[in-house]
Design a protein around this ligand. Structure first.
Ligand code: TYD
Ligand code: MG
Length: 470
């Protein structure tokens, strides 16, 4: 049977389906399946392949990378890119509208241009004047940045080819159309085929191309997820538009670690890099406030001190209790509440629990478990955690505090920021930085009694809650 040439692709998750349905069979979003026309292999393709003369070469005889990465002025950008911009790479910068993607890429353009490079900035979203206005605000008016207000992919590719810049930016991929395909700008077919064509171009002439991709909740525009498998690198810019911190997170990187983050702050003159995020995040921490705990989360290779806040409130009679988590996984919160109830006899069944991570940052690491649990206990009992305390440890279902990776780095970061005490999992072999007292705990109950020296409920609970840990 011939391979079907038309499939349906979900604009949310990028999953494919042979048949149309009202609901995506993979991510269960509604009305997101769009018809997608697959490109037919052009005839004469075999000859074209052999004509490029590609031959197998022994691994040992390969030439080292001819053109090295181009490092940018911002270390935070280089870190996420894996050391700089790789020639011929296709990088997708995704994020919600208004989060700062165009701003970030204009800063990157400025840094390439100031270094003597040339940048082609193709915009299909804004007029050239609007882009110029932004550039002026960012102090990025550089003659090396060439602006092209264009939606037609042929024209964009032609300009990239003839200018041969050191960096090309397409803002955004959802406004570009390839005349050779049906569908309006932003449809799955257009977005995918345009990206695939830019990928081939990038590889052919070794020009790095950055694509902007808007994440939208509206199924009529294909989001960045439909492109993730096409491009070399996927970066997401996250952050609350009302707050200043922005996190650039690598989700996929063929040229580096996919766990790194870069931290930036949005201000009057655009973005600024934040090389010391812990300081920025702890800057306005209200010490000695019940419900606040400082945890040391690892983002890629870098430990970051983050403040977690909890608010526990008795829910009204007959109302359903609410559990709201900002910046932590809601399922993790449910699990920790269950562990607190069962292993530390802390009653939360009738209470609303709200959790917030300061600065709009997201903590997905289990190493923050113990800190989150203690912040809930602290707020419930209106007892602040001790000053200068950092809490590190994963919680198991038995209430045991599990060891975490890279403890030494986390402790060093805490000491660097003037914290004096650390609750850590027992048996950790990490060296202790000077000035930081390490308090080893084996269970949640031990951690609670260490954090709140006099018993907070009834004193009995520690013996009741004791679990054996091998
Ligand atoms: P933008 O880069 O246009 O977002 P995106 O391309 O992701 O849609 O950024 C838009 C937001 O950033 C806008 O709400 C205003 C804010 N902003 C500043 O606060 N300061 C600045 O200097 C600039 C250029 C933008
Ligand atoms: Mg934009």
């Amino acid at each position: 049977m011939a391979k079907p040439t038309v499939t349906f692709v979900c604009t949310e998750c990028g999953g494919g389906s042979l048949r149309w349905a009202g609901q995506c069979p993979l991510c269960h979003a509604w009305n997101t399946l769009q018809e997608f026309q697959q490109r037919k292999a052009p005839s004469g393709r075999r000859q074209a392949l052999t004509a490029t003369g590609a031959r197998p070469v022994p691994l040992t005889e390969l030439e080292p990378e001819a053109s090295p990465r181009r490092a940018l002025a911002w270390g935070e950008l280089n870190r996420v890119l894996g050391g700089g911009i790789v020639p011929g790479s296709l990088v997708l910068v995704g994020g919600e509208p208004g989060v700062g993607k165009s701003t970030l890429l204009m800063h990157a353009a400025q840094q390439v241009a100031r270094n003597g490079g040339r940048v082609l900035y193709a915009t299909g979203e804004e007029s050239a004047q609007q882009v110029q206005m932004r550039a002026r605000r960012l102090d990025a008016l550089e003659p090396g940045i060439l602006l092209l207000a264009e939606n037609d992919l042929d024209a964009i590719c032609e300009a990239i080819r003839s200018e041969g810049p050191q960096l090309a930016i397409v803002d955004s991929i959802q406004t570009v159309t390839d005349a050779g395909f049906e569908g309006s700008a932003g449809s799955v077919t257009q977005v995918r085929e345009s990206a695939a064509r830019l990928m081939r171009l990038a590889k052919e002439i070794a020009v790095p191309i950055f694509l902007v991709g808007h994440v939208t909740k509206d199924g009529s525009i294909a989001g960045p997820r439909v492109l993730e498998h096409i491009v070399d690198t996927v970066l997401y810019l996250e952050g609350d538009r009302r707050q200043e911190l922005r996190i650039l997170r690598a989700m996929k990187n063929r040229f580096g670690s996919a766990e790194e983050i870069g931290v930036f702050a949005m201000g009057e003159a655009g973005l600024e890099e934040v090389p010391d995020p812990s300081a920025a995040l702890l800057g306005n921490a209200v010490t000695a406030s019940p419900g606040t705990a400082v945890v040391a989360a690892l983002e890629g290779t870098r430990p970051i001190l983050v403040e977690i806040q909890s608010l526990v409130n008795i829910a009204g009679q007959n109302s359903i209790v609410r559990r709201i988590a900002n910046g932590v996984d809601i399922n993790r919160l449910h699990m920790l509440i269950a562990v607190l109830e069962k292993r530390a006899k802390i009653k939360l069944g009738q209470s609303d629990v709200f959790v917030n991570v300061a600065g709009g940052i997201r903590v997905s690491e289990p190493a923050a478990d113990l800190g989150l649990a203690l912040s809930i206990a602290s707020n419930l009992n209106s007892r602040p955690l001790p000053d200068g305390l950092v809490v590190i440890g994963e919680l198991g279902l038995a209430g045991e505090v599990r060891r975490v990776g890279q403890l030494e780095r986390r402790l060093a970061e805490a000491a660097r920021h003037g914290l004096t005490r650390a609750l850590i999992p027992a048996g950790s072999k990490a060296g202790r930085p000077s000035g930081l007292e390490g308090i080893e705990v084996r269970t949640l109950a031990e951690a609670i009694s260490a954090a709140f020296p006099s018993p907070i409920t009834s004193g009995r609970f520690i013996t009741e809650a004791g679990v054996s840990v091998s």
